[in-house]
Design a protein around this ligand. Structure first.
Ligand code: R5P
Length: 296
């Protein structure tokens, strides 16, 4: 029997495209809340003796984790042979250090929990900063995919004379790759984070790139404070309005509207999290890997 892909939460579009590209079946789960906000979950697909792949983007993770684990338990009870997770966005990865005494090392605990439930995992550009190796915290087979080629393809098709700009040191890994693929120059700004919504950004000498189209590229846009500050810095340098590209479009609260109002030319994201800024499709990237992955 073919493996079956089951979307959870808001990943139906992505799951059906990936299922079609892999020629796998598409299953479904019914999920709703009882009036007291406990979760009701029903797996509506035959899973006995089948390889199951859940697709769940894990933004807003606290609202999702219990239902995700219930789905896995139910599928195992019903006789699934293996259960994998495609998490296009993997949450909690930024709390990868005890910055102050007593803080939870959330990235480690979250991935430890997931590895207790799933047989394998595929994810896209997880925020690996201080953790260099996902295998140390997710102790099951896993694959990390990178959206750099899809991002580069979008830039090549849509932007004339790009300058790729990373807002902080962490962004250098994906900014330098994308710049190489589009054969464009790149610069990295310096960021000091002072709080959830407070960052200082400084810009190195970039005057020689005045004729370029600035593209700010980051992995996660959450409060958009980082992007917003970077847009303001470019305004001070009299640059053209930048295109802001985020791999994972979290956009907490009014972040999207605030960033648009700040003077960004366009806001573009990959569809790892469903959002109206999605313009870069990563379903081919995931499907290609999944087809060649030895499902346990
Ligand atoms: C930082 O470590 C990340 O790469 C992003 O720069 C950060 O998560 C963006 O967050 P915000 O949009 O809240 O500034």
């Amino acid at each position: 029997m073919k493996p079956v892909i089951i979307p959870l939460f808001d990943n139906i579009k992505l799951a059906s495209t990936i299922a079609a590209l892999c020629n796998y079946d598409l299953g479904s789960v019914l999920l709703r809340n009882f009036p007291d906000e406990e979760s009701y979950l029903r797996v509506d697909t035959e899973v006995k003796n089948r390889q199951i792949i859940f697709i769940a983007s894990l933004n807003k993770p606290n609202n999702k984790i219990l239902a995700l684990l219930f789905a896995v338990e139910t599928a195992r009870d019903m006789g699934a042979t293996s259960i994998g997770l495609i998490a296009p966005y993997l949450a909690y990865m930024r709390q990868d250090k005890r910055f102050h005494p007593g803080e939870a090392l959330s990235s480690n605990y979250f991935l430890k929990l997931l590895s207790q439930y799933f047989d394998w995992m595929i994810t896209v550009d997880p925020h690996l900063h201080r953790h260099h190796d996902l295998n140390k915290i997710f102790i099951k087979p896993n694959i990390i995919l990178h959206a750099d080629e899809d991002i580069a393809a979008w830039i090549k098709q849509n932007v004339n004379k790009p300058l790729i700009i990373g807002p902080d040191e962490e962004s250098k890994q994906w900014v330098s790759n994308v710049a190489k693929l589009v054969e464009a120059p790149f610069v990295i700004l310096t960021k000091i984070r002072k709080g959830d919504r407070e960052v200082d950004i400084s810009v190195p000498g970039i005057k020689q790139y005045k004729e370029h189209t600035p593209i700010l590229l980051d992995d996660i846009i959450s409060t958009a404070t980082t992007m917003l500050k970077a847009v303001q810095c470019l305004q001070k340098e009299n640059f053209a309005a930048p295109i802001c590209i985020g791999i994972h479009a979290i956009f907490a609260g009014n972040a999207y509207q605030d960033l648009l109002a700040s003077g960004a030319d366009k806001i573009i994201s990959c569809n790892t999290i469903e959002h109206l800024s999605n313009k870069i499709d990563i379903s081919g990237l995931v499907a290609q890997k999944l087809k060649n992955f030895q499902l346990t």
